[in-house]
Design a protein. Structure first.
Lengths: 427, 427
């Protein structure tokens, strides 16, 4: 058997700790797969509590030691789009070390540049754990679904949002209430903005789009909307219409460029993605003539994520060191974003209006002005002179037309809240 | 860029023809992924009609020419568990050529031996296309879900059976009628035995089990039952109980060995696998601490299958040439089968009985004699003195106890047909 493959692990939180424990506990089985022993030669964390008790004798709290070490590879599990994570990855690659990371924010911002650096140094940059945890979607896009290209990829990429939406659906409670519980249960961070605002999903989507379409990750071109404005009413109306509301990351090739969006969407009950509940993640890849593929599994947590990190390490140890995004970094095209608002779909629209004669005619008229035609309408309850919800499902229209019509409608004195607009996906 | 990677393709049916067409049409994109041009240097088929018009200038009808050629790799797409397919794979490996195949029958029979031969010669043996077509489950088990091991894997692995069961459910028609239509539509072979009898699923299951558990494929240890005896009544009862009937391949680690079974099973509505309809395939892998993963997609057809063959070719061209089953062939353990009948589950039982007093008591008594206890019972219609169906759902029991009880019951003069017994999976 070949010489051991030495890995330094930096950042010993849930994923980093799990990675070290997994590598040690399953060392023999992993050696059989890698063709050589994998040795954790160094661990690095600011907190002494985290580095102790892992059974690794070489410990540091300084990433400079990791960069200067003679490890074959570094697992960067610190997190954050810049700072020490970036310095470590740059330093490790520059000194000819392979890098494995779970850091979507870092790669969404600096992925193309880091991939190029890795190739110049003849080392691998791997990130299976950065997208959808244990689901092997990065490898599937990079190494499996490659013949005919990918026309679109979409998924549920944030377990916190999916948990909150599932809970809202089950209990009928508000976003704020469910979020508070999720925080107490540890399913949501104290500052939940990155999750519930869609930012985390956008990071992951930018990586999926890069893999799927052979482009440099372009986070700025992801139109991002979170789940904060979804109400129990929306969820109930969706149910009535045979749909569920999921926060999706969606990337599509269009004739005018690549459309990348993170947004709550209506998914039809009966489609695989509509059944993905709680903290699970799922991804659908449309592989052109090869058909559509659906992947579901645990998108977070110690073992699912460590399992993805370790699979990357084993791959590299065995010598599978192809380009980070599947094609050489200097051939990654810049991502041309589809023009803003050009995406077309049917929409769910909900208006909070004063229940008085003529209001429906006004809304319908404004929609018609912008060429938005209505497929069906629902109204719940009656309360003359007070606020009620009117829901409309449109025929397919451009995002731009719908937005403009809604802007116009919300200027009416009889519309008492900002209208809600959710695209219908997975019809 | 490195020298071109030359591939000889033998067997130009749907998959072989699609592979050649795909390699040529997408040559440039594939070269970017492989790091070198992939060239179809030779095609081989008995039929001149198939070799013509593909744009490949070197043609033969003799596999000896393929073996003697200077191709880097051979794609064996002839099919069949022995004969020319086996001679070609053995000959190609022996002369130091990588082999890619979609041939599950061949590998289920000879996989361990051929993997060993490949390793001795320092070449790869790849078979992504042999299981579940375009779904990248072979690579996922071999290269992704490897840290914590796999406790069980199950799936819908035969599109013909799934199409027939879906049609029976939709139309209420009999197995024989739906099969006849499927044959006319080209969804079932003129001789459908290998599909509807479960043999094809057994081939694929033996390969999944080998990948999942690090064992040599053992086809003889797969207990195989087909869908021929499923009636519209069973499907209707399943519906009433909140289940659907799917032909599953199931491999599980048990304390006493590995249990491999192909059989119709009740899957609860709402589980991902219950929604897999028509010609689709799906696989669920239980990756111990890393959780459960679900994969769905096209399990057959020209492009999905060619896409899997081509992905293997690209992998090898790029130098990813690890062992066929993930670990070195000489470390693949012999598969110790779980003792026959030891598998435990709840069962759906349907009895065709004469509608007369005492018959229910007799059946319940026999079941009790074998320790099989009943959770619920359904009876449809009444026809004193004539045959009616009685359906029972048991509590969890051993397969053996259920079989013995049923044998006893079927000896009764009031039971007019062989009882039907279907395990409840995915509860």
């Amino acid at each position: 058997m070949a010489a051991p493959f030495c890995i330094a692990v930096a950042g010993l939180g849930t994923v980093g700790g799990g990675t070290v424990k997994g590598l040690i506990a399953h060392g023999e089985a992993l050696a059989a797969r890698a063709g050589r022993r994998i040795e954790v030669s160094l661990v690095c964390d600011k907190s002494e509590n985290r580095t102790k008790g892992l059974g690794v004798s070489h410990i540091t709290d300084d990433i400079a030691d990791v960069i200067a070490s003679d490890a074959d590879a570094v697992a960067e599990l610190i997190g954050g789009e810049g700072g020490p994570a970036l310095r470590l990855v740059e330093g490790a690659l520059a000194t000819g070390k392979h890098v494995v990371t779970a850091n979507k924010a870092l790669l969404a911002r600096h992925g193309a540049r880091l991939a190029k650096l890795a190739e110049e140094k003849g080392v691998a940059l791997r990130f299976e754990a950065a997208v959808a945890g244990g689901i092997p979607i990065v490898k599937a896009l990079r190494e499996n679904l490659l013949t005919y290209g990918i026309s679109a990829v979409h998924g549920i990429l944030n377990g916190t949002c999916n948990y909150i939406l599932t809970q809202m659906e089950t209990t009928g409670r508000s976003f704020a209430d469910v979020l508070k519980d999720a925080q107490e249960l540890g399913y949501a961070e104290a500052d939940p903005t990155l999750d519930v605002g869609g930012g985390d999903t956008a990071h992951k989507l930018a990586l999926l789009a890069a893999l799927a379409f052979g482009v440099a990750p372009n986070l700025d071109a992801v139109a991002t909307e979170g789940i904060e404005r979804i109400t129990p009413d929306d969820i109930a109306f969706a149910h009535e219409l045979g749909y569920r509301i999921k926060l999706l990351g969606i990337a599509k090739k269009t004739p005018d460029g690549i459309d990348q969006r993170v947004q709550p969407a209506m998914v039809r009950v009966g489609t695989p993605i509509s059944d993905v509940d709680g903290v699970f993640n799922a991804v659908v890849a449309d592989a052109c003539e090869a058909g559509s593929y659906f992947f579901q599994g645990r998108g977070a947590g110690e073992c699912p994520t460590a399992s993805a990190v370790i699979a990357d390490i084993v791959d590299i140890a065995r010598g599978n060191c192809g380009p980070a995004f599947g094609i050489p970094a200097d051939r990654l095209l810049p991502l041309t974003p589809a023009p803003n608002g050009s995406a077309r779909s049917a929409f769910y629209l909900r208006f909070q209006v004063l229940d008085m004669p003529g209001v429906l005619a006004e809304i319908a008229g404004r929609l018609a002005d912008w060429g938005v035609s209505i497929e069906s309408m629902l109204q719940r309850g009656r309360a003359p002179g007070e606020a009620v919800s009117i829901v409309m499902i449109t025929h397919e229209t451009s995002h731009e037309a719908a937005v403009k019509a809604l802007k116009h409608i919300s200027e009416s004195g009889r519309v008492v809240a900002r209208p809600c607009m959710i695209p219908m996906e997975a019809k």
